[in-house]
Design a protein around this ligand. Structure first.
Ligand code: IPE
Ligand code: IPE
Ligand code: MG
Ligand code: MG
Length: 322
């Protein structure tokens, strides 16, 4: 199984220092606003996370290492962090990155404003690059994210949604930001538009697979590894691929009304039933196929180290536990 350190090792000796610069910039941008909002923004950043999206930005840039690249990677992670703070409001989630969410700690108004601040900081950071094309890529992804979250709410509790509708939601709320990460990285690295587009296609697919796996992990847990409570999707009415597939195998699950599942213990029981049908393996297999397709999209002529690192990150998406 490939991990983030494996990817960094494969991607080149310039990466650890770049990632540290991104980390320092993230912390500074969160804290700089001052006041209670900054405290929550700082805590969100300090809680960690895998930093997959900034890593993708850096990898897509080839060997580039300028300040503009650091700004692009920082901006993408800020959009991601902002979206998580808002997502936890929408999903009513208590735990994120192994720590209480902003909404759990400080309530909806504070969490909404913290997410807003992080979004604003992201675009202020990207403006420093003076590149309208990058701003457009990231703002398109942010709009898609909002549309995806809205679609998720619109479809809440509905077990009759088809797999295509589920995939569209994943595409909007997750895959587009992965795509944007690869595109802005390629643009900062001086890549031609065609290369940036292909790297974007790669990113979009691994983003889709990433969300499929996230939805598998929501069912399989355990919380100690994911840093998020098991069964959250079911409890907030988010119908995901494992349940859609499991309903086809188990008549009791087919008859289940998600609204009747109201406690973590009941959700855990349903998760066990879903797992018993083999739906998790099926969903994983779908994610694996998407990753295989993603790798085929990598442009020919990529330097060997860059290709290897991008293939490893793609593999890591489907082999992960957190
Ligand atoms: C969580 O993303 C949101 C999804 C798209 C599933 P990550 O799992 O990358 O979150 P962090 O940044 O590592 O916490
Ligand atoms: C992804 O969906 C959230 C965003 C893209 C903002 P989830 O709701 O599944 O993410 P987690 O599980 O809360 O991290
Ligand atoms: Mg969520
Ligand atoms: Mg999830």
């Amino acid at each position: 199984m490939s991990t983030v350190p494996d990817v960094v090792a494969a991607g080149g000796a310039h990466l650890p220092a770049l990632l540290e610069r991104v980390e320092a910039r993230l912390a500074w941008l969160a804290a700089d606003h001052g006041g209670p909002l900054a405290g929550h923004a700082e805590a969100t950043i300090a809680a960690g996370g895998k930093r997959l999206r900034p890593l993708l930005v850096l990898l897509a840039a080839g060997g580039a290492d300028g300040d503009g690249l650091v700004r692009a990677a920082t901006a993408v992670e800020l959009v991601h962090s902002a979206s998580l703070v808002h997502d936890d409001v929408l999903d009513g989630a208590d735990l994120r990155r192994g720590t209480p969410t902003v909404v759990a700690r400080a309530g909806r108004p504070m969490a909404t404003a913290t997410g807003d601040l992080l979004f604003a900081r992201a675009f202020a950071e990207l403006v420093g690059n003076g590149r309208i094309d990058e701003v457009r890529v990231l703002s398109d992804a942010s709009s898609a994210l909002a549309a995806g979250e809205l679609l998720q709410r619109a479809d809440a509790w509905d077990v009759t949604i088809g797999v295509d509708r589920y995939l569209l939601r994943c595409e909007l709320k997750t895959a587009r930001l992965f795509e944007a990460a690869c595109r802005v990285g390629a643009l900062e690295g001086g890549g031609a538009d065609a290369v940036a587009a292909r790297l974007g296609e790669f990113g979009r697919r691994i983003g889709l697979a990433f969300q499929l796996l996230d939805d598998v992990l929501d069912v399989s847990g355990p919380t100690e590894r994911t840093g998020k409570p098991r069964g959250t999707d079911l409890l907030d009415g988010t119908v995901t691929l494992p349940l859609l597939l499991a309903r086809e195998h188990d008549p009791r699950l087919a008859a289940l009304q998600p609204r009747s599942v109201t406690t973590p213990a009941a959700a855990a029981e349903v998760c066990d039933r879903v797992a018993a049908t083999g739906a998790l393996e099926e969903a994983r297999a779908r994610a694996l196929a998407i990753v295989a397709d993603a790798k085929l999209r990598l442009p020919t002529g990529l330097p060997a180290a860059q290709r290897r690192a991008m293939e490893l990150i793609a593999d890591g998406v489907v082999a992960r536990y957190a």
